[in-house]
Design a binder for this molecule. Structure first.
Ligand code: ADP
Length: 199
């Protein structure tokens, strides 16, 4: 291959020192309507107010641009995940505390993304929410359409969701209010020294 890797003169550690916080990937996984986007947005706001460099990669949003050529077959979902993993790595290398909100139903895809990162840089957050609650919330009307057979391969209905075996955090979003979920993630980040506890 006639492509070489260019080495930078600014390291990730240099960026961490400049920012006064570390970077990592907070990977939020769970069924549709389990609260991934809602929690990601609130967490980003909270981190931003705390002067943290942060950015959300949202499953729906990347499918409008970078991944708009991909569908929902197993093969396309895998490619979707691979591209997102590479993009997340760039953001983490750039010193950004990155939040990713993706259903990411296959354990093997999540494991492949985990493998792109150092152990302490990948934080899997599983939003555990009963399917009946997700279906009752149905903020985008997707469950209704999936039940009517209008959406093939819909996670939880006609496609599997493989629960994380050992997530760094498990948040029961059918019983925790949004703020409590955000608090739990924030506490985890301070506990692990990713962000400083300034209080
Ligand atoms: P996802 O990104 O996982 O598909 P969304 O965040 O888009 O989920 O939708 C979840 C919906 O559930 C939102 O309308 C949100 O306001 C609502 N909701 C109700 N209670 C909670 C809770 N405790 N945690 C998260 N979301 C909740």
């Amino acid at each position: 291959m006639n492509v070489i890797w260019h080495h930078a003169k600014v390291s990730k550690r240099d960026r961490w020192l400049k920012n006064s916080h570390r970077s990592a990937l907070i990977w939020i996984t769970g069924l549709s309507a389990s609260g991934k986007s809602t929690i990601a947005v609130e967490l980003e706001r909270r981190l931003f107010e705390y002067h943290i460099n942060t950015f959300i990669l949202d499953g729906d949003n990347v499918r409008h641009g970078l991944n708009k050529d991909l569908g929902f077959s197993e093969k396309d979902r895998k490619e979707n995940m691979r591209r997102v993993g590479e993009m997340a790595r760039l953001l983490v290398d750039a010193g950004i505390l990155t939040i990713a909100a993706f259903i990411s139903p296959y354990a093997s895809d999540r494991a492949a993304i985990r493998n792109l990162f150092h152990k302490e840089e990948f934080i899997e957050v599983y939003l555990k929410c009963d399917l009946t609650v997700c279906e009752a919330r149905d903020p985008k009307g997707l469950y209704k359409r999936a039940r009517n057979g209008e959406i093939p391969d819909f996670t939880g209905i006609s496609a599997p969701y493989e629960e994380p075996a050992k997530p760094e955090l498990l948040l029961q979003t059918d019983s925790f209010p949004v703020n409590e979920s955000v608090d739990r993630i924030f506490s985890y980040l301070t506990q692990k020294g990713i962000i400083l506890n300034k209080r």
